[in-house]
Design a protein around this ligand. Structure first.
Ligand SMILES: Cc1ncc(COP(=O)(O)O)c(C=O)c1O
Length: 372
């Protein structure tokens, strides 16, 4: 007998999110011992040793439920950003915050404005609610905030911006962002996803949003994550900072124990380890320049990046490159799901990982040109 219960109408055209391929799956499928993953923009240095120590200490209490609303982590984040803990919501990755926002604020047919090649989860989560997604073209692979503001109407409920953006690696300036804030109706929520903020914040014209802009604009929510510069992607912890009333709505619908106990403890400690974040950002800067130069030399078109990854036009189709690199034990990210079959995204690794990547790229491309 076949399954015959119909799901919600809004779900019918959706596909499951395709995460970057895991090291374990490549090892299993191709029988490889050593695999380098440069596909999900994780921190190649791993977690901060201080966060890891806090995790290990806390895991002894794993028989107990965690505190449901992550109060210590909320308080630590409040201190870190200079806001009240009531203005902070902690989630199972920042992905959960995106979901909570959509579930709290979007009704069927509400309008949502996104940028053409913005982080794909925005569109997916909004579509799950049955919202009408308006996609605004980019300019030079960068969100065109003026055009996005123009696309916003009184029917617009939410505007999503990732700054810097995944997968294009570009960023919007303070001036551009403030222009958007003043142009958009106050009835629309501006969701600013700063997953890669640590890699961009030293740029002179990068916007400083916390705490001032969130205080001044109750319709602005800033999302951040422990998955990138903090090196804790496996723990699944992210958060949002916004008006306390907005946070109250999200709190009503989040799962009762949405963030695990050692995760909460590790993130409190991770916030204190500024030296670890600085070290990772500095290494990323040096290595990103090296990888960009080497890839340009191999015929890739490399865009400017304010992140820990490169967005690259590939000399051969992205998926062909991805598959050939897998056989060499290197995982990168093809961008077909973004409608960019000629581009790939490559995370910046350790010096040793980047060398393996460059060597593998050279081999794959010389084989491809010999076969052509
Ligand atoms: C822009 C952006 N936002 C959010 C996320 C989700 O991060 P997490 O759920 O691990 O916090 C990612 C992950 O790649 C991202 O690139």
């Amino acid at each position: 007998m076949s399954f015959s219960v119909s799901p919600r109408r809004a779900l019918r055209d959706l596909f499951p999110y395709q995460p970057g391929k895991s090291i374990a799956s490549v090892q299993r499928e191709l029988g490889l011992k050593s695999v380098v993953k440069l596909a999900s923009n994780e921190n190649p240095l791993g977690p901060s040793p201080r966060a890891l120590a806090a995790y290990r200490k806390a895991e002894r209490s794993n028989a107990l439920y965690p505190e449901g609303s992550s109060p210590e982590l909320r308080a630590a984040l409040g201190r870190f950003h200079g806001v009240e803990p009531e203005s902070v919501i902690v989630g199972n990755g920042s992905d959960e915050i995106i979901r909570l926002l959509c579930e709290s604020f979007l009704d069927v047919e509400d309008e949502v404005v996104v940028s053409q090649f913005s982080f794909i989860r925005f569109k997916q989560q909004a579509s799950m609610r049955g919202a009408r997604v308006i996609e605004v073209p980019m300019t030079d692979w960068t969100h065109d905030l003026e055009l996005m503001a123009k696309a916003a109407s009184p029917r617009t409920k939410m505007i999503f911006i990732a700054n810097p953006n995944n997968p294009t690696g570009t960023y919007n300036t303070r001036e551009e962002f403030e222009g958007l804030l003043s142009a958009v109706p106050k009835t629309a929520l501006i969701v600013l996803d700063e997953a890669y903020v640590q890699y961009a914040q030293a740029l002179a014209d990068y916007p400083k949003t916390l705490p001032g802009l969130v205080r001044a604009h109750p319709n602005l929510v800033v999302i951040r994550t422990f998955s990138k510069a903090y090196g804790l992607a496996g723990l699944r912890v992210g958060y949002g900072v916004a008006d306390a009333e907005l946070v109250g709505w999200l709190d009503r619908i989040r799962m009762p124990f949405n963030v695990n106990l050692p995760g909460q403890a590790a993130c409190v400690e991770a916030l204190k380890d500024a030296a670890f974040v600085r070290r990772g950002v500095a290494l990323n800067g040096v290595q990103r320049a090296r990888v960009a130069q080497a890839m340009s030399g191999l015929g890739f078109g490399i865009g400017e990046s304010a992140t820990n990854f490169l967005f690259a036009r590939s000399p051969i189709p992205g998926r062909t490159l991805f598959k050939a690199l897998l056989r060499q034990g290197v995982i990168i990210r093809p961008l077909d799901e973004y409608g960019l079959p000629g581009h790939v995204r490559v995370s910046i690794g350790t010096p040793a990982q980047n060398k393996i990547l460059i060597k593998a790229l050279g081999e794959v491309l010389s084989r491809a040109s010999a076969a052509a």
